[in-house]
Design a protein around this ligand. Structure first.
Ligand code: ARG
Length: 456
């Protein structure tokens, strides 16, 4: 008999004499403030709040920490995670050129495992049985938090109040807050859901839910409108050592300092905006916008250096590894055997990814204008068509003789006629697909008509 036990989220909490503890990932916003009180009132738990600084736009984390205490938390910790994020997490993302679906630099996905690690540490420190977060039931972040937490401590139980409580609208929350002396925000509801940190900014919801609607200008805060960016290009140089950025425009600096500076430089040139429809882990397609000027510039510069320093086969194979790395992180599997193994591959490939890349920023574009490395596999004498050519052209004839051997054999036996036969077959498939499409369209129309007649 198998002994599989499924932990349901929002577990029933046993009432013992002494109150059990819950660690709440606290942001200071309305949701998690209500939650802080709700966990005490509705679940009878002692709340320990943790607010992490991953480089988000929050003026005063100490204030957030104090707010949790004012809401009745028995303890509250503000943790500066920026250096660890920049030193331990982001270099791995850079080594893997991490862009989910070729576009999104995973800023939210990368911060969640780090925050989770601190949540678990603090749960252990205070002997908490539960952890709680404020993520919705439709997003990726719940998956990432909970998968990370379960991987780090399978015994911790997760409470996700938003998935279970009956405070369905902001108004419901405001009423509950007022009834339980939780201060309600005086500012109007924000029109978007924003998540930001050192690696960039995610903007979703509101008018962005229509993928045909052009994002309104007010969603962008890190980047100048490209049409209003300076009329002269700005050149930037990044130096890498073993795949990690170590200097900006000739000045050595820690990544934690380089990223904000590069955000400013790229941002003022209108570079770093992303507008995409992405596939969430929970099966939904969603329209998302991001601003990630430094992340995109660093990744594209890093890719340019890899073209110089990695050999043909490694580079091509790494494209697949990079894609898998991004998917793995997006899916919340930072703490996994697979990520560790993929990191091993990436780390091994970075040994000689040392050198410089320069690029020009101009009205929203970033163009690599040069790359160099003392370990470059680029050989001028092999590549040149001018003086100094050392490539043995006579060897090419024999190479092509063998390279084309399968093609010649195929041609003799099956002949190019088989290509035409295959083309014909695929045209037939396309035609039958068209028939199917017409059928679907007709069905839709008929359905629409019957709906109309039903309402008439
Ligand atoms: N779609 C992105 C991701 O899944 C961004 C999520 C941002 N989270 C938020 N609460 N707005 O990684």
């Amino acid at each position: 008999m198998t002994d599989i036990h499924f932990e349901t989220s929002n577990p029933t909490i046993p009432q013992t004499g002494e109150k059990q503890k819950v660690v709440l990932a606290y942001s200071g916003g309305l949701d998690t403030s209500v939650m802080c009180k709700w966990l005490q009132v509705e679940k009878g738990l002692d709340v320990v709040a943790i607010c992490g600084n991953v480089g988000q736009n929050v003026a005063n984390l100490e204030w957030v920490k104090q707010k949790a205490l004012a809401m009745g938390a028995i303890a509250s910790e503000a943790v500066d995670m920026r250096a660890e994020y920049a030193e331990d997490i982001l270099p791995k993302a850079i080594a893997a050129n991490a862009l989910y679906e070729n576009e999104y630099p995973l800023l939210s996905a990368l911060s969640r495992p780090l925050i989770s690690k601190y949540i678990v540490d603090i749960a252990h420190k205070y002997g908490a049985t539960y952890v709680a977060h404020g993520c919705t039931g439709k997003g990726n972040d719940q998956v990432r938090f909970e998968t990370s937490i379960h991987a780090l401590d399978p015994d911790l139980k997760v409470i996700a109040p938003v998935r279970g409580w009956d405070l369905l609208t902001r108004e419901d929350e405001m009423v509950w807050a007022a009834d339980h002396s939780v201060p309600v925000p005086t500012t109007a509801a924000k029109p978007y859901s924003i998540d930001d940190n050192l690696w960039g900014r995610a903007i979703e919801c509101g008018v962005l839910e229509d993928p045909w609607a052009e994002p309104p200008a007010d969603i962008w805060t890190m980047t100048t409108d490209p049409t209003e960016a300076p009329d002269v290009p700005e050149e930037v140089t990044i130096a890498f050592e073993q795949g990690k950025p170590v200097a900006l425009n000739g000045q050595r600096m820690a990544l934690v300092d380089m990223i904000p500076e590069l955000n400013t430089i790229c941002g003022r040139n209108g570079y770093g905006r992303i507008d995409m429809v992405e596939n969430r882990v929970v099966g939904i397609k969603s329209h998302e916008c991001y601003e990630a000027p430094a992340a995109l510039a660093i990744i594209h510069a890093h890719q340019a250096l890899e073209t110089l320093c990695l050999d043909h086969d490694t580079l091509h194979f790494k494209h697949q590894i990079d894609q898998k790395w991004a998917e793995t992180i997006y899916d919340g599997l930072w703490f996994s055997q697979l990520r560790a193994a993929l990191d091993g591959f990436c780390a091994s490939t970075q040994t000689f990814v040392t050198g410089e890349v320069k690029f020009k920023l101009y009205k929203g574009s970033m163009t690599v204008t040069g790359r160099r490395s003392s370990y470059a596999l680029y050989d001028f004498n092999l590549a040149t068509y001018g003086d100094g050519d050392t490539f043995d052209r006579t060897a090419s004839a024999g190479f092509i003789e063998l390279h084309s051997l399968p093609s010649r054999t195929w041609s003799k036996v099956q002949g190019p006629a088989s290509v035409f036969a295959a083309q014909k077959a695929s045209a037939q498939i396309a035609a039958s697909q068209l028939d199917h499409l017409n059928l679907v369209e007709n069905k839709k129309e008929n359905h629409g008509e019957s709906e109309m007649s039903a309402t008439a």
